[in-house]
Design a binder for this molecule. Structure first.
Ligand code: FES
Length: 172
C-alpha cells in the first residue's frame, strides 16, 4: 500500500516534472494535477481496474498501468465518434497509452480544442487519439489491452472489444 502510494506520488511528480520541462507554467501545473487525479482504481499483478462511472466529459484522467501513463477521456456528445472508442452504456471514451508515437513524450490535453498536443516536436492527436497528418507522430496513440465489465475497465486483459479493435488494426 505504502509502495503503491509512493509509486503514484512518484508518477505524478514525474508527469508534472515533464509538464514543467515542456514549458507549461506553474498555474497550468495546478490545473494539470487537478485533472490528472486518477479515477478510483485497483491494481493487481499487471492488471489495473478502473471505474469510469465518475468520469466527467472532456476531463482527461491519467492513470498508470505497467509504468506507462494511460489517458482516459470521456467524450462529450459533440465529439466525433470513432471505432477506437470504448462504448460503455451510452457513453464513449477515448483510452490510450499517453506516450507520443513520435519519440515518447507525454502529450497534454487541450480542453478548449479537444486535442492532445505534444510539445516536444509539435505533434497533435485528436480526441480519438488519431495523429494529425504532416506532423512528426507517425501513428495514432496506442490503445492498451482492455476488458469492459459494467462501468469498469481492466487494463492488461484482452476483452472481446479489444480483440475486435486489434483485428481491425485500430489499436495502433
Ligand atoms: Fe511527440 Fe516528437 S515526441 S512530436
Amino acid at each position: 500500500m505504502e509502495n503503491q502510494q509512493k509509486e503514484r506520488r512518484d508518477f505524478i511528480g514525474m508527469a508534472l516534472g515533464a509538464t514543467a520541462l515542456v514549458g507549461i507554467g506553474g498555474g497550468l501545473g495546478f490545473a494539470a494535477k487537478r485533472t490528472w487525479d486518477p479515477l478510483p482504481s485497483v491494481k493487481a499483478a499487471g492488471f489495473t481496474t478502473i471505474d469510469l462511472s465518475t468520469a466527467k466529459p472532456n476531463e482527461l484522467v491519467v492513470e498508470k498501468w505497467r509504468g506507462k501513463p494511460i489517458f482516459i477521456l470521456k467524450k462529450t456528445a459533440e465529439m466525433e465518434a470513432n471505432d477506437r472508442d470504448l462504448v460503455i452504456g451510452t457513453d464513449r471514451f477515448h483510452m490510450s497509452i499517453g506516450l507520443c508515437t513520435h519519440l515518447g513524450c507525454i502529450p497534454a490535453y487541450k480542453k478548449d480544442t479537444h486535442v492532445f498536443f505534444c510539445a516536444c516536436h509539435g505533434g497533435v492527436f485528436d480526441a480519438s487519439g488519431i495523429n494529425e497528418p504532416g506532423l512528426p507522430p507517425p501513428s495514432p496513440l496506442e490503445i492498451p489491452p482492455f476488458k469492459i465489465a459494467g462501468t469498469k475497465i481492466t487494463l492488461g486483459e484482452e476483452g472481446p472489444e479489444y480483440k475486435q479493435m486489434m483485428a481491425a488494426g485500430l489499436t495502433v
